[in-house]
Design a binder for this molecule. Structure first.
Ligand SMILES: CC(C)(COP(=O)(O)OP(=O)(O)OC[C@H]1O[C@@H](n2cnc3c(N)ncnc32)[C@H](O)[C@@H]1OP(=O)(O)O)[C@@H](O)C(=O)NCCC(=O)NCCS
Length: 173
């Protein structure tokens, strides 16, 4: 069965949360684990929107926290699928904090996660391809192949010798 490709934009999820006392560490900032929990949900919703099937988190790439998000501030997470492979999808997230009183936004972090679509028996199932339209979407789509190769090498699922696009990047540098 061939699945019809879908525009990347169709998978956009925008999540908004308020940082409450139970979400914070002893410095009054949002805990990294709570943010990752929200990001995991936003990313899963984006992937489900893309493939119209249940999904599981296969991997989470490196996440760096650039700026702490304060108690009482708002968290905005945007998640969108960058590229689909066979049964897996890469999703990109951007995270901002917002001071709702002073009304300014600040960048917190960006991250990539990979999800796999499952059929009713819990086996991985094919997902539709992604059509990248904007310049940003095209850049993310192109880089997704190299990022996939890196994470498959790190998880022992691919030999470095087979990662042609990733190797080419290092040869260019
Ligand atoms: C992710 C999972 C479904 C992969 O199952 P599997 O039997 O290894 O399946 P396959 O080898 O057929 O791989 C399926 C897809 O997952 C991708 N994949 C597997 N491990 C991956 C990893 N570490 N990083 C990125 N992609 C990965 C494969 O590349 C493949 O993608 P493709 O079909 O697009 O080429 C399985 O390992 C699983 O269920 N993990 C637990 C998921 C979970 O519970 N997550 C919540 C956190 S605990």
């Amino acid at each position: 069965m061939t699945l019809s490709p879908k525009n990347a934009q169709q998978s956009l999820i925008q999540m908004t949360e308020l940082v409450l006392p139970n979400d914070t560490n002893t410095f009054g900032n949002l805990m990294g684990g709570r943010l990752m929990y929200w990001m995991d949900i936003a990313a899963a919703l984006s992937c489900m929107k893309h493939c119209a099937a249940p999904v599981v988190t296969a991997s989470v790439d490196n996440i760096s926290f650039e700026n702490p998000i304060k108690l009482g501030n708002v968290v905005h997470i945007e998640a969108q699928v960058t590229r689909a492979f066979n049964t897996s999808m890469e999703v990109h997230m951007k995270v901002w904090g917002e001071d709702p009183v002073q009304q300014y936004r600040y960048k917190s972090n960006e991250a990539f996660m990979t999800f796999v679509a499952l059929d009713p028996n819990g086996n991985s199932r094919p997902v539709p391809a992604v059509i990248a339209e904007t310049e940003e979407e095209k850049k993310l789509f192109e880089g997704a192949l190299r990022r996939r190769q890196l994470r498959l090498i790190l998880s022992g699922r691919m030999k470095p010798a087979d990662a042609a696009e990733l190797r080419a990047l290092f040869m260019e540098a």
